[in-house]
Write a protein that binds this ligand. Structure first.
Ligand code: AMP
Length: 530
């Protein structure tokens, strides 16, 4: 039997009714706050997430579903090095003179002395550049080059066995990766990077402040457990725009948080807790990170393996640790709040002030840092008791430098992502899927030979926005139709026989009360609607 891949699952009816119920409420609430929907692709270039989420994060370093698109046999590690370091895909050949190797030239990163057997040029060459390469003009004086294999990433097909010489040495190109646009592609692990990419690509700053929301699947290669899947769904929103549009204002943070409180209340999730923190500007965070590193140096050996690693690579992440034995140590660490300078502090105070005035309760949690590198200032999570260890229903925060990190103009923003799977889980107890499922108003049961007349009637009733389940005449006995109607949860059963068609009036039975009446065709819809 072929099964769904571990960490993925089918959402089946009636559960999907609850998903639809949630999504309908979300769309309603977001509309009231004047948010509009954006749909970005489910896959993007790997580079977007490497730059937009941060290479040091768990998501990018361990959890992405990535594949190579088009190219035949690229060495991922080599390609990734090139991809991350490249400044321009169209670096002229002259710039590839190895003697000119500088931090800005693609050559030093492509040159892998530790691997010895490789010297790799990875670049896109035009047809013209190919000819030049053949003449090897630009690669004179390249005695420093030693290689067994040359890897070319090209935009043009090249002849098999293509060769050229460098410094008098005949070089055969062993592997040529031909692809108009060779790239690594990743299933999106989150949606903010995609939204900001779209913001930059479509120059959405022309519209001033953008208030966008999305609903869709995200993908992370995590160890599956309750409430944690490899394909999961997020509902998110982003407020982003040029600074002049007010995108940096604490009023925006507060509006987003108040909208979330409204949404959860509307869904009947009342026992939520909003945890709030400010993670400061990127400069303040650098100082805080350094202070943590210093504080952790003498302590880290007593901590879990993850913390020992994080204490060196990304001390901020230590604050995320859930291991009980580590908690007393973490409690004593420096707090971000002590590193906030006046501007950040004022911003944070203003957010809290508005929340208090509009009546949204929150708890300050100075340990809340969130998993993504790009957050600045306001960071938050909504948790819910029923969810156990995976108790965060949603998280978000400000990402004022993200657009610049992706090559765009300054575009402060704030956003969040709700884990829809977890939201539905928290709803399930109080609101069973059956309770939001719209059952058939009527089950139409045709007698032998009456399928066409029944279909005509169904068509008419459905135009009145009734939910109609249309049976067919394969059940020989009416009793079977009654059973099918009960099973479908229909309110009425409507019998379509020759006599009824002749009389243009139909036997309609209320399955709950057992009352049966003959109703003229023209009055049917009204009678069923009640
Ligand atoms: P993040 O993008 O990591 O801030 O996650 C935002 C929200 O998405 C979390 O609060 C969770 O509710 C949800 N989430 C994240 N990862 C998963 C997962 N693997 N499975 C289910 N929900 C998830």
């Amino acid at each position: 039997m072929i099964k769904a891949v571990r960490g993925t699952r089918d959402l089946l009816p009636p559960d999907t009714a609850l998903w639809n119920f949630v999504e309908a409420a979300v769309r309603d609430v977001f509309r009231a706050y004047n948010f509009q929907e954006i749909r970005t692709p489910v896959f993007e270039t790997t580079e977007l997430f490497a730059r937009g989420v941060g290479e040091e994060t768990d998501i990018v370093s361990k959890e992405m579903f990535t594949w190579e698109d088009g190219a035949k046999a690229a060495d991922y590690a080599i390609y990734k090095k090139w991809m991350v370091s490249k400044r321009s895909a169209d670096t002229p050949l002259a710039a590839m003179d190895p003697n000119m190797a500088t931090a800005d030239s693609p050559l030093p990163t492509a040159y892998l002395p530790d691997k010895k057997q490789y010297v790799v040029f990875a670049f896109r060459v035009s047809a013209e550049a190919y000819r030049e390469l053949g003449r090897a003009k630009a690669l004179k004086n390249s005695g420093v080059l030693q290689f067994d294999e040359l890897l070319l990433v090209t935009s043009e097909p090249a002849p098999e066995g293509f060769s050229f010489d460098i410094g008098g040495m005949k070089v055969k190109v062993e592997r040529i990766l031909v692809d108009a646009n060779p790239q690594f592609i990743t299933l999106r692990p989150e949606n903010t990077a995609g939204v900001v990419r779209a913001y930059i690509e479509h120059k959405l700053w022309d519209r001033g402040l953008n208030k966008l929301y999305y609903i869709g699947p995200q993908f992370r290669r995590e160890r599956p457990q309750k409430g944690r899947y490899r394909q999961f769904y997020q509902i998110g929103a982003e407020v982003i725009g040029p600074p002049a549009s007010g995108s940096e204002s604490p009023a925006r943070d507060a509006e987003v948080l108040e909208m979330l409180a409204t949404l959860l209340d509307r869904l009947g999730i009342t026992d939520w807790n909003l945890e709030l923190n400010s993670v400061g500007s990127s400069q303040e965070r650098v100082k805080f990170n350094e202070a943590l590193r210093v504080a952790l140096a003498p302590l880290k050996d007593k901590m879990c393996a993850d913390c020992q690693r994080r204490a060196v690579t990304n001390p901020l992440r230590v604050l995320d640790c859930k291991v009980p034995e580590d908690q007393p140590i973490i409690e004593e660490l420096p707090r971000i709040t002590d590193f906030l300078e006046e501007e950040s502090r004022k911003h944070f105070d203003a957010v809290q002030d508005i929340l208090t005035k509009v009546g949204v309760k929150f708890t300050l949690n100075p340990r809340l840092v969130r998993g993504l590198d790009y957050y600045t200032r306001t960071a938050f999570e909504f948790t819910h008791g029923a969810l156990g260890a995976q108790n965060a229903i949603l998280g978000g925060g400000r990402y004022d430098g993200l657009s610049e990190a992706l090559g765009g103009p300054a575009a402060p923003g704030i956003g969040f992502a709700i884990g829809e799977d977890r939201l539905v889980m928290s709803l399930q107890e109080k609101t069973p899927a059956e309770s939001v499922l719209r059952k058939p108003d009527v089950y139409i049961a045709p007698m032998a030979g009456m399928n066409a007349d029944a279909a005509k009637l169904a068509r008419e009733l459905r135009r009145h926005d009734l939910v109609v389940e249309l049976g067919d005449d394969s059940f020989r006995k009416l009793k079977k139709s009654f059973e099918a109607a009960e099973k479908a949860g229909a309110k009425y059963i409507l019998i379509v026989g020759e006599n009824e068609v002749k009389a243009d009036a139909f036997a309609l039975k209320n399955l709950a009360t057992g009352e049966q009446v003959s109703v003229p065709r023209a009055e049917l819809a009204q009678k069923i609607q009640g």
